[in-house]
Design a protein around this ligand. Structure first.
Ligand code: ATP
Ligand code: MG
Length: 353
């Protein structure tokens, strides 16, 4: 297929901590699959988005490099995929400003991520982030700009981000209805996207929630973390049946659910089915289950850790491709912003050549 006819894929990850199993199986695994297809893949580290939870200076640039080294260690190839930093495409902020003009505040306030974040901060004022910040409320507008600026066809994200992608489609639809067909509306997101529960038994593993199993965790850390997963039977189990119809997981307390989910993702099917049978027939087997899960996680992590430490893929290598990829993505992005300026009526910029 010619470069022009290729499907455009776009997705991002915030550099707010280490890459975890939720990120990998909710997003990165799909990035790797799509990289093998004849598509144009854009993957970015969302450093502007990281600022929505910041309350003091943090080494976001260092975190960005770290995150990208992990991307590469997982198999993302900066030659086949265009991997860049969100802040190296500052015209995204210009597009977000334009889109913000047609986005209703009520729409943003109904966002589940925003509501969850508000609830968390209200319950514990020490939670990172400022619920009243314009940036946090406007997160979906900036995300819409990220997606629309490269004219993405497909946006592979985990289940927790699905609503944000739907908002981006709504915003683009509204823009086009008001100003004429300008923005490409991405295809609907996959309804079967996965959401991995947290190791603390909460519904989502998340970098900001300190409940993650990370791709760079060594054997001892993995064992310690897996052992700490709560497996007490809840009288009203939180359903962790995934939306994935191929994997049968009965309703379980979330801690147990995450162990089974990890087993289904990492272990041979026979091992998974054996433990599923043990769950159905009751009995005491959680000690063994945790040991088995920890072994499979460590096996999975070992080659990633090795590649992460490969000096050939250090910070200098990352900075090199960031620089050249910023050049590759900029023309596409400017083209979109200029078309939007023209559609709205303020006209093309005069300061850009
Ligand atoms: P933060 O807490 O800072 O928001 P996060 O852990 O939610 O971090 P993000 O960088 O926001 O990670 O998300 C990156 C990608 O990983 C997104 O596509 C998101 O949908 C996916 N993702 C994050 N957590 C999970 C999870 N628990 N299960 C499945 N996918 C997830
Ligand atoms: Mg998140």
């Amino acid at each position: 297929m010619s470069e022009a006819g290729k499907k455009i894929i776009l997705s991002g990850i915030r550099p707010t901590g280490r890459l975890h199993y939720g990120n990998y199986f909710g997003a990165v695994r799909e990035f790797l699959r799509l990289q093998e297809q004849d598509a144009r893949c854009y993957y970015f580290v969302a450093d502007y988005h990281a600022l929505t939870t910041i309350t003091e200076r943090r080494e976001i640039y260092a975190d960005t490099l770290h995150m990208l080294r992990t991307y590469v260690a997982c198999g993302l190839d900066p030659v086949r995929s265009i991997i860049y930093r969100q802040s190296d495409l500052p015209c995204t902020a210009e597009l977000a400003l334009l889109l913000g003009m047609i986005t209703n505040i009520g729409h943003l306030e109904r966002g589940t991520t925003y509501k969850d974040k508000m609830a968390k901060i209200e319950a514990d004022p020490r939670t990172e982030g400022n619920p009243l910040s314009y940036g946090l409320l406007g997160y979906p507008v900036l995300m819409a700009a990220d997606i629309l600026i490269v004219q993405a066809d497909i946006v592979p994200v985990g289940d927790d981000q699905r609503q944000h992608v739907e908002m981006a489609c709504d915003i683009a639809g509204k823009f086009n209805a008001r100003f004429g067909e300008t923005l490409k509306i991405p295809a609907a997101v996959d309804r079967n996207a996965l959401r991995l529960p947290g190791l603390d038994g909460s519904m989502k593993m998340g970098k900001s929630d300190n409940n993650t199993l990370d791709l760079l965790d060594d054997e001892a850390t993995v064992l310690k973390k897996v052992k700490s997963v709560p497996t007490t039977t809840d009288p009203e189990p939180l359903g962790t049946d995934s939306n994935d119809p191929d994997v049968v997981i009965p309703k379980m307390p979330a801690g147990v659910g995450v162990l089974y989910r990890l087993l289904s993702l990492l272990a041979p099917e026979a091992v998974y089915l054996e433990y599923l049978e043990a769950y159905r027939s009751g009995g005491k087997f959680y000690g063994n289950l945790k040991k088995t899960v920890a072994e499979h996680v460590s096996q999975f992590n070992a080659p990633i850790i090795e590649r992460f430490n490969d000096p050939a893929h250090g910070d200098a290598f990352i900075e090199d491709f960031l620089r050249s990829n910023a050049q590759k993505v900029t023309p596409v992005a400017l083209d979109t912003v200029e078309s939007c300026r023209e559609a709205i009526g303020i006209g093309r910029s005069l300061y850009r050549a």
